[in-house]
Ligand binder design. Structure first.
Ligand SMILES: [Fe+2]
Ligand SMILES: [Fe+2]
Length: 217
């Protein structure tokens, strides 16, 4: 494997060949994803491609968005017990079903992918993270909004149609939905998810009106 050095600051690095191939829908050979998973992955990639085209993003950004779609679930069908020791210690406490994101990001970095925004998008596509970039936001929404999911069909279609021109609003809606699902299931919230909501989802302080009963004032 050729050694790929991190880019010099201020200079956009050439895109890694694995990223270029992923943008076209090709999973890396180390992927662990069954046929149905691959169909989901392809739907997410195509949705990101549609949005990138609607937004007339530069080619490089379009490639990053599509690659994020392909790579996000590359290890989704690997057993959590195999993934847990591979992720950074700060993420090992996460539930087994979300370890595939961080594990894929670790593997991509080892393969020479040094795009921090892309790695973060893949690592935190389920948990969310306050420092996700536009590709990370788009993936976070696309994973929920893709057309193959069988429940809340109308809501998901609406998300797909609105995202390109109302991305902040749609992102907030999806963060809220994911947190609500977790709370309803009685799960712990990761601090990164809460910061993501506070930064990108919740209204600004003061926007909710002063003196409401909820604020206790
Ligand atoms: Fe996933
Ligand atoms: Fe997914």
């Amino acid at each position: 494997m050729p050694l790929t050095l991190p880019p010099k600051p201020g200079k956009p690095a050439p895109l890694h060949p694995m990223v270029e191939r992923a943008a076209g829908g090709e999973l890396p050979d180390w992927a662990v994803a069954g046929p149905r998973r691959r169909e989901h992955i392809e739907r997410v990639r195509r949705l990101l491609e549609r949005w990138a085209e609607e937004l007339q993003l530069p080619e490089r950004e379009c490639i990053r968005w599509c690659a994020a779609g392909t790579l996000h679930d590359a290890l989704r069908d690997a057993p959590p017990r195999e993934l847990r020791p591979r992720v950074p210690p700060s993420l090992r406490h996460l539930p087994g079903k979300v370890l595939h994101g961080p594990a894929a990001a670790v593997r991509l970095r080892r393969e020479g992918v040094h795009d921090p925004g892309l790695l973060r998008a893949v690592a935190y596509h389920t948990v969310g993270h306050p420092r996700l970039d536009a590709a990370g936001h788009a993936l976070f929404v696309a994973d929920v909004a893709e057309p193959g999911r069988r429940d809340r069909v109308e809501w998901r279609r609406d998300l797909r149609d609105r995202f390109p021109h109302r991305s902040a609003e749609v992102l907030a809606e999806v963060i809220r939905a994911r947190l609500t699902w977790q709370l309803e299931a009685g799960q712990r919230l990761d601090p990164r998810s809460v910061r993501f909501w506070n930064d990108r989802g919740a209204p600004e302080v003061g926007a909710q009106g002063a003196g409401s009963p909820e604020t206790g004032s």
